[in-house]
Design a protein around this ligand. Structure first.
Ligand code: PRT
Ligand code: ZN
Length: 288
């Protein structure tokens, strides 16, 4: 296969997006070698080549077409203001961009920020929030260690990425407004060739199968035959459930596929309807 036929996919070299990005391709059966200072790797079993980059550079490379596709946090994508297509949300590296103030501040509402000095690495996202809320604050842009800005007298407040909240806490700050929610997204160049679009279709087919499988469980249970109808009504499977007779007379084994949330919602109803020996099994791939 000529080199130009490969999809070039940019992923973070090392950081909070790397592991999940690499796992996503591996779960899609796409082999890739990463790590050991590698900057590029061609998959031996899929028409893809991976570029390992800093996350901040990924939107620009995808916009320019140096990479066809990339995985990046929505926060970085929007802040970059690059023109790329968001192909799919990926559900990992979830976090929020929040405003935080020193713990001792008697915070009432967002008017607190009017005429204040706010330190952030996200001036565009913060600027939009301030404009949308008619707040006239000073944005102090810094590239890292934003959380220490108030304690060293650099700013009155910070606007930074929060996940567990422990970094804010240990810097004497409290989160008061969430201004943006973010997760990893799969982005693409807006003018992919037809042959690259065809490879992307294959890739998306696999990603969808993996994502669906992650949200669903295979469920097996034993049901008394006179309760089958009621039990099946709690199992909205892919089609209808499989029902097989058990060796014990009057009982059947019922197999179905359920979204995990549906399973937890229905478990009590299934048990009180007489279901026994309920097994819930992970699914590796799910193809409609
Ligand atoms: O080297 P490179 O530039 O590639 O990486 P980076 O250091 O810029 O980014 P990285 O790996 O830290 O994060 C990549 C992406 O992961 C971010 O753009 C977000 O979309 C997402 N993400 C998810 C996070 C966090 N969670 C997170 N907790 N990004 C940063 N943090 C930082 C935050 O800045 C703060 O310092 O973690 C601290 C807060 O965490 P908690 O758990 O204490 O609240
Ligand atoms: Zn970065």
């Amino acid at each position: 296969m000529p080199q130009s036929e490969n999809l070039r996919i940019a992923i973070q070299k090392s950081g909070r997006l790397s592991e999940d990005s690499i796992s996503l391709f591996k779960e899609c059966g796409i082999k890739l070698e990463a790590g050991k200072g590698r900057l590029k790797s061609e998959s031996p079993n899929f028409q893809a080549e991976f570029l390992f980059l800093r996350d901040d550079d990924i939107p620009g490379y995808v916009e320019d077409g140096v990479a066809d596709l990339g995985i990046v946090g929505e926060n970085v994508l929007i802040e970059s203001a690059k023109s790329v297509e968001v192909i799919k949300k990926l559900g990992f590296s979830k976090c929020r961009l929040s405003l935080a103030v020193p713990r001792e501040v008697d915070y009432v509402d967002h008017t607190y920020f009017d005429k204040k000095n706010i330190a952030t690495s996200y001036p565009k996202l913060l600027g939009k929030y301030l404009a949308d809320n008619n707040l006239n604050a000073q944005i102090h842009e810094i590239s890292g260690s934003v959380e220490i800005a108030p304690s060293i007298g650099l700013a009155d407040a910070v606007c930074d990425i929060v996940s567990s909240g422990s970094t804010l806490l240990s810097n004497g700050l409290k989160e008061v407004e969430v201004i943006f929610k973010s997760e990893a997204v799969f982005i693409g160049n807006t003018s992919l060739s037809d042959s690259k679009k065809a490879i992307l279709e294959k890739l998306l087919f696999r990603i969808n199968a993996v994502q669906r499988a992650q949200n669903n469980k295979y469920i097996l249970l034993n049901a008394p035959n006179d309760k089958l109808k009621e039990i099946i009504s709690f199992l909205p499977g892919m089609k209808s459930p499989t029902v097989m007779p058990l060796a014990t007379e009057g009982w059947s084994s019922v197999h179905s596929v359920l979204e995990e949330s549906e399973f937890w919602e229905n478990i009590e109803a299934l048990r009180s309807a007489g279901a026994e020996g309920i097994l819930v099994i992970p699914i590796e791939k799910m193809i409609y």
